[in-house]
Design a protein around this ligand. Structure first.
Ligand code: SF4
Length: 89
């Protein structure tokens, strides 16, 4: 099934150079902060974060979160999904 990505049309980062969300080098901390400021104004943060978590994105800032923050969310999401599956069984 192809995921619905129509929400991307509302993204605050539409038209922004995607490299702004992939920090590296000496200015990585400032780059991440700048990317997070854009995400903070974005009306589709939840959808973006969910897509990054479910698709296993490994690089960049998504949904206003760094990869470390996304990994933490992914772990919680995965353990909750497993728990739900056990309860349903
Ligand atoms: S949350 Fe950030 S990366 Fe995701 S669509 Fe919005 S501005 Fe772009």
């Amino acid at each position: 099934m192809i995921p619905d990505t129509t929400w991307l049309q509302e993204a605050a980062c539409a038209g922004v150079d995607p490299r702004a969300f992939y920090a590296e080098g000496h200015h990585a901390v400032e780059q991440v902060a700048a990317a997070k400021r854009i995400c903070a104004l974005c009306p589709v943060r939840p959808q973006c974060a969910e897509m990054a978590i479910t698709s296993g994105e490994k690089w960049g800032v998504w949904g206003g979160m760094t990869q470390t923050e996304l990994r933490q969310r992914r772990r919680r999401f995965t353990s909750r999904a497993k728990s739900d599956m056990r309860e349903a069984a």
